[in-house]
Design a protein around this ligand. Structure first.
Ligand code: FNR
Length: 190
């Protein structure tokens, strides 16, 4: 069956730099003949995780939808903004919901053995690099193989062309390569 990569950003902002970034990575993966699904977390609003809510009502429909998307994809491309030195609450909340067990599913079915590449864009000089180390740690603790290479794009307000590509050709290639690497590793693994 076709290998699939799920691409999404840890920002719901309509003009999000990180949404632009992950779409570039998704383009790089498509070149390697793997199916890529782009997801906007704005389309899957989730309540703040609450164990009482979970106990009373189970997983909300959007949490199930997000989890099912993760389960049906082998690769992940994630671009997350850095909020106060870490990943966004939106992304952590989505990960927390998807990490919860459902009946008749192996533990951590949404994350175990996925192959991921992570990236970030920020108006700041470090490009959100500090947030990436937290995101890497969380994903690895869930059983995701996170590729060593990651890319942070600083000064995001002046980094993009109107068509969404990056002005710096090396950065554009580096982000495309993240997608290509995930696709190539999946093709080798499966
Ligand atoms: C930020 N921003 C930010 N940037 C950064 O490089 N390091 C940081 O620690 C923070 N902290 C932070 C906290 C909060 C609460 C907000 C709202 C913002 C700025 C952030 O990088 C900027 O808003 C980006 O544009 C967000 O990414 P998207 O939405 O454009 O993808």
């Amino acid at each position: 069956s076709t290998l699939k990569i799920l691409a999404f950003a840890g920002s719901t902002r309509i003009d999000s730099y990180n949404k632009k970034l992950v779409k570039i990575a998704a383009g790089g993966a498509q070149a390697a003949e793997v199916e890529v699904t782009y997801l906007d977390l704005r389309d899957l609003p989730l309540p703040l995780f609450d164990e009482d809510l979970e106990a009373q009502e189970g997983l909300p429909a959007n949490a199930v939808a997000f989890k099912d998307l993760l389960i049906s994809h082998q690769g992940l491309l994630i671009a997350s903004p850095e909020y106060n030195g870490s990943l966004t609450g939106v992304l952590k909340n989505a990960i927390d919901w998807a990490s919860r067990p459902s009946p008749n599913e192996p533990p951590l079915a949404a994350f175990a053995d996925k192959v991921a590449a992570i990236m970030s864009a920020s108006p700041g000089g470090l490009g959100g690099l500090r947030g990436l180390s937290h995101l890497r740690n969380i994903l690895e603790s869930l059983g995701v193989l996170v590729l060593p290479h990651q890319v942070a794009v600083p000064k995001a307000y002046e980094a993009f062309n109107a068509d969404g590509s990056l002005k710096a050709p090396q950065k554009q290639e580096a982000i495309e390569k993240l997608g290509k690497n995930v696709a190539n590793i999946l093709l080798k693994l499966y």
